[in-house]
Design a protein around this ligand. Structure first.
Ligand SMILES: [Zn+2]
Length: 440
């Protein structure tokens, strides 16, 4: 309701809109606060236009707030984040920047678009190609990918730093220098992030003929890795001098102040995995191959006999239940099994990349089952892995930018809260110019 009658004031861009007097809110608020002080009119646009009495852009000086009693109040823009008293019910009302949400949304979508359109996509694709090849290394593939992820996480930190300081330095440290963090804390956080990402998706509970799948431990690791470590990395990579412990509190205050932007930033990584999983699942379903992929990478369905359910048995890569050959069962059973196994923590996103290095699949004969011969089947699995990594790395790149943006929204205020992270002092020092170990 705040955007109803007050819209003319907050979005007015010309004198014609502002001079409207049929707006009851404007009349009321003018009786409370007739004019701005002349200092507020210094904006050159209003002087050029020749309108001296009516400011060109009121939205820059006044902020409309709605009290809990429903009364619209007008505050000066420099009262943002302070409290004013409602002249109707006399309660204190906090003044919020009406453009904050719009501004935040625009910045977030702009930076996400930059990742997808810009040169970053090339880096993401190259990184994903390298990751896919590493996954193919027998037995150690998953851990080789983890090392690559750890290196990538330094880039992640550098993106955070550049975004939060609003500096697009062409002459920053080279990417090779960026890949190797010169601080123990940064190195540890990057390694934890890589291991904490790889472990639950591609390693936990994996065994011969047993795809990796999520359990309570995996969920806990992923939760810590995808919620707390990004926040720690945000703080560590944003700061260049870390002597002031009070500054940590100012970060926490910012986190509390931008819950939505923060939740979006943290959610994008798990959401990207869900999108890949369901996207490929749907594609397999539409092409009639979901039953095969479900049987190949997930436990076989339970067969209901009376009131009991029995698991199937794998014999030479072909699932049997007692004397019943699964090939005689309708494929819809296996398609339902896919959804059922998703619920139990199994996923193709986890199983297929891991199957490149570990034999976590049931080694069904793809040529017999769906008419895909071995080399082409391998290409499908490689392409699946590549897609998964592209989505995941893109999500991490966007996340780094969004986290950095959360700080930049508040940049001037950080300087007020904690002198050690004032924009002036940090933007002058390049990201990795601090001596090794100075912040550990
Ligand atoms: Zn009120």
């Amino acid at each position: 309701m705040a955007s109803g009658p007050t819209r003319d004031l907050t979005t007015a861009s010309g004198p014609s809109k502002i001079r409207k007097v049929d707006n009851p809110i404007e009349l009321k608020s003018q009786s409370v606060e007739p004019f701005r002080s002349p200092d507020d009119w210094s904006d050159p646009a209003s002087q050029e236009s020749g309108s001296t009495m009516v400011p060109q852009d009121r939205s820059s000086s006044f902020v409309m707030v709605t009290c809990v009693c429903g009364r619209s109040l007008r505050a000066k823009s420099d009262q943002v984040d302070q409290e004013i008293r409602c002249w109707d019910c006399h309660q204190m009302v906090r003044v919020r920047d009406p453009h904050q949400a719009q501004k935040v949304a625009r910045e977030l979508s702009d930076s996400a678009r930059n990742v997808i359109n810009g040169p970053d996509l090339a880096s993401v694709i190259v990184g994903s190609l390298i990751g896919t090849l590493l996954f193919c290394i027998p037995f150690f593939g998953v851990w080789c990918a983890a090392v690559a992820f750890a290196l990538f996480s330094s880039t992640y930190g550098e993106i955070i730093h550049r975004t939060s300081h609003g500096s697009v330095r062409e002459s920053g440290p080279g990417w090779i220098a960026t890949l190797i963090p010169r601080s123990v804390v940064k190195f540890l956080l990057g390694t934890l992030m890589a291991v904490g990402t790889v472990l639950p998706i591609w390693y936990l509970n994996a065994a011969y003929h047993q795809s990796p799948h999520w359990d309570r431990i995996g969920l806990t690791i992923a939760f810590v890795t995808w919620v707390f470590i990004p926040l720690f990395m945000l703080i560590v990579f944003d700061r260049t001098d870390q002597k002031n412990p009070a500054a940590i509190l100012s970060y926490v205050k910012i986190f509390v102040k931008h819950p939505l932007a923060l939740i979006l930033a943290l959610a994008i990584v798990p959401v990207s995995l869900v999108v890949v999983e369901l996207g490929w699942g749907l594609m397999f379903y539409l092409t009639g191959n979901l039953a095969f992929f479900s049987l190949e990478y997930m436990p076989t369905p339970l067969i209901v006999m009376g009131s009991n359910k029995y698991p199937a048995v794998m014999l030479s890569g072909i699932p049997y239940f007692q004397s019943s050959d699964y090939r005689t069962l309708p494929s819809s059973i296996f398609e339902m099994t896919y959804l059922e196994n998703l619920r139990h923590g199994y996923s193709l996103v986890g199983a297929i990349p891991a199957s490149l290095s570990m034999s976590t699949r049931n080694e069904l004969n793809a040529a017999d089952a769906i008419g895909i011969f071995e080399p082409f089947y391998l290409i499908i699995r490689l392409f699946f892995t590549l897609t998964t990594l592209i989505f995941l790395l893109t999500a991490f790149s966007i996340q780094a930018r969004w986290l950095g943006l959360v700080l930049r929204f508040e940049r001037p205020k950080i300087g007020g809260d904690a002198s050690s992270v004032s924009p002036a002092s940090t933007s002058l020092s390049p990201a990795f110019s601090t001596p090794p170990g100075s912040d550990s």
